[in-house]
Write a protein that binds this ligand. Structure first.
Ligand code: PGA
Length: 263
């Protein structure tokens, strides 16, 4: 069954760029990235730069997302920025990125609360799931994906899940240059879609977008984007290079054009 899911290319800038640097970089990116309406291009800069970039941004080309957001809307939570504070600035928010899980010890319970806070505030969450190398070698990949998905999506309605995005990001592939093989990505994205079908029904499974992330660049992007069940890419390192990021967007556009002609 062919799908109508719009391909998403999301650039996670992580803890890079000051406000001034982000502005200059966005300027270059806007020159490099072509206006491709059929591809959804999302930028995830640090929280400090969201406000100025939202003014500067060419909305025909890009949407903004946050890298994180706290689940309590307001209160005595020193240092946190809530989803309620982000809601007018961003379309998307990452939830459960592996760096949040492993560097900041966020567990599935926190991810579940953040998912709920995002949808409550009208922000579309991008739930990140994926196994460590140890877990893959122990044959636990599907179990980990099952656990992270069922916890993360808990208490969401089928409709909310349909509008959400899930990013399959094997921890061993993030920032290592060692990207997953396309058949590993195909198996994982198929498994994730089946889990969504099992938990939320066929309609949610058909609509939910599933991305791959982990050392995606302009050379390997095509091999993931051309997989039937892979609806885009979450790009870290390569999103900090406007040539590479623009190249990934063009690859997505080419894949989209090929899909249309095959229909
Ligand atoms: P990477 O990061 O592309 O640098 O591997 C991906 C991510 O963390 O989302």
């Amino acid at each position: 069954m062919r799908n109508n899911r719009k391909i998403m290319i999301a650039g996670n800038w992580k803890e890079h760029f000051t406000v001034a640097q982000a502005s200059i970089y966005l300027h270059r990116l806007e020159e490099a990235v072509q206006n491709r309406q059929s591809i959804e291009v999302v930028l995830l800069p640090n929280v400090l730069t969201l406000q100025p970039l939202s003014v500067q941004l060419d909305r025909r080309k890009f949407r903004l997302g946050a890298q994180d957001g706290y689940f309590e809307d307001a209160g005595a939570y020193t240092g946190e920025v809530s989803m309620a504070m982000l809601r007018d600035l961003v379309h998307y928010v990452l939830v459960g990125h592996s760096e949040r899980r492993h560097v900041f010890n966020e567990n599935d319970d926190v991810a579940a609360k953040k998912m709920q806070a995002a949808v409550r505030n009208g922000i579309m969450p991008i739930l990140c799931v994926g196994e460590t190398l140890q877990e893959r070698l122990a044959g636990e990949t599907n179990q980990i994906l099952h656990n992270q998905l069922s916890a993360g999506l808990m208490n969401l309605t089928a409709r909310e899940v349909s509008a959400s995005v899930i990013a399959y990001e094997p921890v061993w592939a993030i920032g290592t240059g060692e990207f997953a093989k396309p058949d590993q990505v195909a198996r994982a994205t198929d498994f994730i879609r089946k889990q969504v079908e099992h938990l939320f029904g066929a309609r949610a499974a058909t609509h939910v977008r599933i991305l791959y992330g982990g050392s995606v660049d302009d050379h390997n992007a095509g091999s993931f984007l051309s997989l039937d069940g892979c609806d885009g890419a979450l790009v870290g390192g390569a999103s900090l290079n406007y040539h590479k990021f623009a190249g990934i967007v063009e690859t997505a556009y080419r894949v989209h054009q090929e899909r249309i002609t095959r229909r």
